[in-house]
Structures are given as structure tokens and as C-alpha cells.
Design a protein around this ligand. Structure first.
Ligand code: 3VV
Length: 192
């Protein structure tokens, strides 16, 4: 594939896992219960619950449901992009640095029928300053099934203030009032 803004530059580094990164095999859970990608409280959400890998990688599963349709009986492409975005976003846990998607490129290789189980995998391909480069794939039917969706991304590290400054005030207040969620959010800080 030709280089794009999501291809790490030659002087990008592959960092170590953060010393407090969740151990391999740990379920990463949800960073926010109302998140469309991972929140258990979201009625139509994807409920992605990724598992930390041995290195700078994660895996996750997604069962495509009726509410995820685009074409009749088929997953919506934007929905699949969201699944890639969310899975890539969980890589934050391994670096302990909050980062948001700057650019996300998605290739759709085959249609994904409703009721399919997608096996997602995401991994870091390089870090350059605040820029975190990563890639992901979704295989259909099993971890070794054919690749249905592929993605490359550039995430940019931000401070927690990114969320407190820009989020709708009443939602931020609810988060600030929830000690468990704040504890989880602080775990993201690079220098708490
Ligand atoms: C107390 C409450 C806490 C509650 C929270 C709980 C904890 C939650 C923790 C973690 C949540 C994780 C959630 C994951 C969910 C899935 C991920 C998403 O969907 S995230 C949403 C979609 N994304 C956005 O909304 C970004 C919107 N964009 C921005 O905010 C800015 O544009 C931002 C931060 C991306 C960059 O802005 P700048 O001002 O900070 O930095 P600049 O200088 O512009 O960029 C830095 C470098 O990145 C490159 N860059 C930025 N955007 C790029 C782009 N689109 N393409 C190529 N390069 C780009 C630039 O060229 C620059 O590169 P050079 O350092 O100069 O080499």
C-alpha cells in the first residue's frame, strides 16, 4: 500500500508496553458506559470489550446485530469503521495515554452479513511525538477467517482536559461525580 498520513515515518518508534498496562489477557472493559463503541448502557452500541494482547495489541469480538444494518441484512460501513475506531482506541490502555482519532482509513474487502461474528485485532505500528500510528483488521467467522475490513489510523495524544473542555458540560459533570470513572480516567494520564 502507498504511504499515507497513517503510515508511520521512518523515525517512529515502537515503545515498550507501559509498566502499568493491563496484563496480557485482561479484559479492558468500557472507558465510558454511554460510549457507542464500548458502553454497556448504550442500547444500539457495539459493546466492544477488547482483550489486551502480549505486546502492543488487542483483540475483540463484535456480533453484527439488526440495529447495525446498512444494506438489507448487511452491516453498515460506517458502523464497521466505528468498530475499527473503538478497537484501535483501546490501544490507549497499553500506552496509558489518552489519544483521539485524527485520521482513520478503512478498506472494506467483503460484505458483512447481520449475525456475523467479527474477530477484530488492532496493533500499534509506531509512535512519533504525540502521534500514535496503528492498524487493525476484522476477520469474519473466526480469528483465522478471511479479512473483511482493514484499517490504518493516526491517533493524537491529548490531555484529559481535551474531554473536560470540549464535552457537553452536564455529561462531564456526571463523570466528575463518579469516583470509579474518574479513577479509570486518571489511569490514562501520562504523568498523573
Ligand atoms: C474528566 C473526564 C474524563 C472523561 C474521559 C474518560 C477517559 C477517556 C479516554 C480515552 C477515550 C478514548 C475514546 C476512544 C474512542 C474512539 C476514538 C475516537 O473516536 S476519538 C473522537 C474522534 N476524534 C476527535 O474528536 C478528534 C478531533 N480533533 C482534535 O481534537 C484535534 O484535531 C487533535 C487533538 C487530533 C489534534 O489537534 P492538536 O491541536 O492537539 O494538535 P495538532 O498540532 O493539530 O496535531 C498534532 C500532530 O498530528 C497531526 N495530525 C492531526 N490531525 C491529523 C490528520 N487528520 N491527518 C494527519 N495528521 C494529523 C498534525 O499534523 C500534527 O503533526 P506534527 O506534530 O506537526 O508532525
Amino acid at each position: 500500500m502507498p504511504p499515507t498520513p497513517t503510515t508511520p515515518p521512518p523515525d517512529a518508534v515502537i515503545p515498550e508496553r507501559h509498566p502499568q498496562a493491563p496484563a496480557p489477557g485482561t479484559r479492558l472493559g468500557s472507558h465510558y458506559e454511554h460510549c457507542f463503541g464500548c458502553g454497556p448502557q448504550h442500547p444500539g452500541g457495539l459493546r466492544i470489550d477488547a482483550v489486551a494482547g502480549e505486546g502492543l495489541d488487542v483483540t475483540a469480538e463484535l456480533t453484527v446485530r439488526d440495529v447495525h444494518q446498512g444494506g438489507p441484512g448487511l452491516a453498515h460501513g460506517g458502523l464497521l469503521t466505528t468498530a475499527m475506531d473503538e478497537t484501535l482506541g483501546t490501544l490507549n490502555w497499553l500506552l496509558h495515554a489518552p489519544a483521539v482519532t485524527g485520521r482513520l482509513e478503512t478498506d472494506f474487502l467483503s460484505p458483512v452479513p447481520v449475525d456475523s461474528v467479527l474477530h477484530l485485532r488492532a496493533w500499534i505500528t509506531g509512535v512519533h511525538g504525540r502521534k500514535i500510528y496503528s492498524a487493525a483488521e476484522a476477520r469474519i467467522g473466526g480469528p483465522d477467517g478471511p479479512v473483511a475490513v482493514r484499517a490504518q489510523a493516526l491517533f493524537v495524544q491529548v490531555k484529559l482536559e481535551h474531554f473536560t473542555t470540549h464535552g457537553r458540560p452536564e455529561d462531564i459533570e456526571k463523570v466528575l461525580d463518579d469516583p470509579d470513572l474518574m479513577k479509570r480516567a486518571r489511569a490514562f494520564e501520562v504523568n498523573p
